[in-house]
Write a new protein. Structure first.
Length: 325
């Protein structure tokens, strides 16, 4: 397993992080087993959120954090964990996701579910348009000041929003965000336009989520055919699926599969390898619902694309933005 330092945070993390949304999993025991399998493979970075692991008995999340806490109970000091705040967790909540009351309440609930005194990185899951960004920044910095998080970061922000958050933190002398998490894959390279240069300039760590484009780059889904029954694209993301296989995206998938065939590896390994090859990307987040899916992703880290292969993938996917994540 490769490791890196996350931006200027001083946090040493595995370059693969386990994404713990568990969109296709409703069994907390399997969630926990998935974390344990990742640990067995040398993954030390785990990405959760207060609304991850939604199941019928917990429709607004919580199981993901509980499963994480049980799995790392004996090795907390050996892993780096994130959790997130920002989405309203039910129709009866009066406080917006980016407000101070919401943030202060949710960090305590997350720590209780995980069974830890602190998280390593506390993330704003999205910009809350109903709350002043200065309030969100101040609250996140307070979480760090109180020792409930070592650092904090932002997800799904525009570059100007990230710059504004940094400005508020520096102007007020507060802890500033140290990383950006956003969707980035061969079918969605919009992150490169402004956000990657911004992160490079400000020395922010970059966590790329959905490197396999929700499975579209694995070969599991086929152009011209409906998604398999019970799959994520058939149940939760059918609107994405119906607009994804444009002529451009078909060409991207074709090149991915050609390289995979030459290397005798799954297409997903090629797509994941490409994300890890990007110099600005610190970590790629792999979302796995089962231990077997963790196993399947591990082969992508044992080799590197050649310069020719990277050039082919860069050329065929250039300018591609499908918002697949």
């Amino acid at each position: 397993m490769e490791f890196c330092v996350l931006g200027d945070s001083g946090l040493r993390v595995s370059r693969l992080a386990l994404g713990m949304a568990f969109r296709g999993q409703t069994d907390e025991h399997i969630m926990e087993a998935t974390v344990r399998r990742a640990l067995d493979h040398g993954i030390t970075f785990f990405d959760s959120a207060n609304d991850y692991g939604r199941i019928p008995s917990a429709p607004y999340g919580g199981p993901s954090e509980r499963a994480l806490g049980r799995a790392i109970a004996g090795c907390r000091d050996e892993v780096v964990i994130t959790t997130k705040v920002g989405f309203e967790l039910g129709p009866d909540r009066a406080d917006p996701g980016g407000s101070r009351p919401h943030i202060m309440r949710e960090i305590d609930l997350s720590l209780r579910r995980i069974g830890t005194d602190y998280v390593d990185v506390f993330l704003v899951h999205r910009r809350d348009p109903t709350t002043a960004l200065e309030e969100t920044v101040s609250a996140m910095a307070d979480v760090v000041r109180r020792g409930k998080a070592r650092t904090w970061g932002i997800c799904n922000f525009q570059a100007w929003e990230g710059a504004t958050a940094l400005h508020h933190a520096r102007r007020l002398g507060l802890a500033a965000p140290i990383l950006m998490q956003n969707v980035y894959n061969l079918l969605d390279r919009g992150f490169e336009r402004e956000m990657l240069p911004f992160c490079r300039s400000e020395r922010l760590g970059v966590m790329a989520y959905s490197p396999l484009a929700l499975g579209l780059l694995t070969g599991f889904y086929r152009p011209g055919k409906p998604p398999p029954p019970g799959s994520l694209m058939a149940e939760e993301k059918r609107d994405v699926y119906d607009t994804t296989f444009t002529e451009h995206s078909r060409r991207v998938l074709q090149v991915v599969e050609e390289i995979a065939n030459m290397r005798a590896c799954p297409p997903g390994h090629v797509a994941l390898n490409w994300v890890l090859s990007r110099p600005e990307v610190s970590v790629a987040i792999v979302g796995c619902d089962t231990p077997e899916q963790v196993d399947a992703n591990m082969g992508a880290t044992s080799w590197r694309l050649s310069e020719t292969e990277r050039a082919e993938l860069n050329a065929v996917s250039s300018g591609h933005v499908l918002h697949v994540g």
